[in-house]
Ligand binder design. Structure first.
Ligand SMILES: Nc1ncnc2c1ncn2[C@@H]1O[C@H](COP(=O)(O)OP(=O)(O)OP(=O)(O)O)[C@@H](O)[C@H]1O
Ligand SMILES: [Mg+2]
Length: 248
């Protein structure tokens, strides 16, 4: 990957609903490393999913813009695997592709640890395995940037830990970038090379973490300092929001 960054420039998104307007993003400026792992955190409703959908091109900004490096393909991974129950793993992975390269679906399934499950149906897979299949489906489309919306939130904590390490491994093998939304500060610390805290439609905190090289001790002082700062900031923002009332 070259030097080009993903640039969010004065990005604004306002939803218009029957009751009026819902301003979600309000002039967000961010430059992101397309090959890094950026984690977005922030309280429910602050616009994390909206931001991912804007970056995936599923939504258009109200104003401002997103500049992506040329040729960078994005792929979304959602909280639920969203597999078609009547299709096998392999058919789910290639769904919608006109001419999938022969053998590629099986390669992708192997990459996510589902070797031997190409012919299995979603109902025959555990939650973690379904999420792996969903990841394989996204990788199948050569996404250079994975946009992941709480991808492990529905998993038990052991499966979740495994999937976090698997994601790091896959990312090392594929060299893809990741922008991941999570409600878990620990997950943000385990995975992130950068953590951005969103609130009131902009980025209110931005933490640089070391480059990912595998296992991290998130109980070590540098990580604990970040955790404490995130939690305190979120608490302060909550108190402030309560004082200001429902107008947000
Ligand atoms: N299509 C839509 N139409 C109207 N309002 C929307 C739409 N999508 C999102 N919103 C509103 O935008 C705000 C941000 O929603 P978003 O889903 O981005 O939040 P989030 O940070 O992902 O929250 P959570 O952590 O709960 O997933 C919310 O107030 C939501 O009601
Ligand atoms: Mg969301």
């Amino acid at each position: 990957m070259g030097e080009a960054r993903i640039e969010l420039l004065q990005l604004t998104k306002t939803f218009r609903i029957a009751q009026g307007e819902v301003p979600v993003l309000r002039g967000l400026n961010l430059a992101l490393d397309p090959s890094g792992i950026t984690v977005l955190v922030g309280r429910s409703g602050c616009g994390k999913t909206t931001l991912l959908r804007l970056m995936a091109g599923l939504l258009a900004p109200t104003s401002g813009r997103i500049a992506m490096p040329e040729g960078l393909k994005t792929g979304m991974v959602f909280q639920e695997a969203r597999l078609m129950p009547w299709l096998t793993c392999e058919k789910n992975v290639t769904l919608g592709l006109k001419r999938p390269p022969p053998g590629k679906a099986r390669d992708m399934l192997r990459l996510v640890g589902l070797e031997g499950f190409a012919g299995a149906y979603p109902a025959q897979l555990s939650g973690g395995m379904q999420q792996r299949a969903a990841l394989a489906r996204t990788l199948m489309r050569d996404a250079g940037l994975l946009l992941m919306d709480e991808p492990f939130a529905a998993l038990d904590s052991f499966t979740r830990e495994t999937m976090q390490q698997e994601l790091l491994r896959i990312r090392r093998e594929r060299g893809c970038g990741v922008i991941l939304v999570t409600h878990s500060i620990d997950e943000a610390l385990i995975l992130g090379e950068r953590i951005v805290l969103l609130s009131g439609g902009t980025a209110v905190r931005d933490y640089a973490l070391p480059r990912q090289s595998g296992a991290r001790d998130i109980l070590s002082p540098p990580f604990l300092r970040v955790k404490k700062d995130i939690l305190t900031t979120m608490k302060e923002l909550e108190i402030q929001a309560e004082k200001e009332g429902p107008s947000k």
